[in-house]
Design a protein around this ligand. Structure first.
Ligand code: ZN
Length: 223
């Protein structure tokens, strides 16, 4: 980051101090800068500072794909605030948390595609959280973000309300994807994976559209 940028970010910090994404506590060491690489371009696995000192130790990296972190504690609070308390501003710092994991797919994917919401749901919420999470990831990987590559064509029951046996059928035919020969390899982004049915249905739609390589990454995963 250049000195002018550092100065501008300093001013920004005075006007609007960066706060913890989970509890709004002001951060001691906010990180506005790009967390993913240093000045020499070396990729860093360092997690950006978006949680306060009380919340940070409770964040558990997830050892299983596609989750970047285990769902629960302050991370779950941050996700719920983003989605249900209209806090789209939390999506950028939360998306930046996913960058170190996303960089593992550098060179293996050509586009970043968020799991879509049905237009009605998107209007209700005011934004698609996965599309906002995907923005800093696409920027870090320096590949296009394609928010309308997959569309949700059928409004479905929320997966949490569908019974265990109906969850897979609930999503049948819910997604439609577009082929794109220039970007044949996709990194699919979602906020939370619980049963995996949504990601699988989205992946299937991409494969039906001829996309052979799909990697998936979610901010959190319930274990
Ligand atoms: Zn906190």
């Amino acid at each position: 980051m250049g000195s002018l940028q550092r100065f501008l970010f300093g001013c920004l910090e005075l006007v609007a101090p960066q706060t913890c994404v989970a509890c709004d506590e002001p951060l001691e060491r906010p990180s506005y800068d790009h967390p993913a690489s240093d000045l020499e371009g070396n990729v860093s696995e360092r997690m950006p500072n978006v949680f306060c000192d009380a919340c940070q130790p409770l964040i558990e990296p997830c050892s299983r794909n596609p989750g970047a972190f285990e769902y629960g504690g302050p991370l779950a609070d941050a996700i719920k605030r983003m989605k249900y308390s209209f806090r789209p501003d939390l999506a950028r710092p939360l998306g930046r948390l996913m960058i170190p994991r996303a960089l593992r797919y550098a060179g293996e994917v050509d586009s970043v595609v968020p799991v879509p919401l049905h237009p009605r749901k998107r209007r209700q919420r005011g934004f698609n959280q996965s599309a906002l999470l995907a923005r800093p990831i696409a920027k870090a990987l320096a590949i296009p973000l394609q928010p309308s590559r997959v569309q949700r064509i059928r409004d479905t029951l929320p997966q949490s309300l569908a019974s265990e046996t109906n969850r897979a059928t609930n999503l049948r035919g819910a997604f439609r994807a577009r082929a794109n020969e220039k970007q044949p390899r996709v990194l699919l982004i979602d906020d939370v994976q619980t049963t995996g049915h949504t990601l699988r249905a989205t992946e299937e739609a991409l494969r039906r559209a001829g996309v052979a390589h799909v990697h998936a990454l979610t901010l959190a995963m319930t274990l």
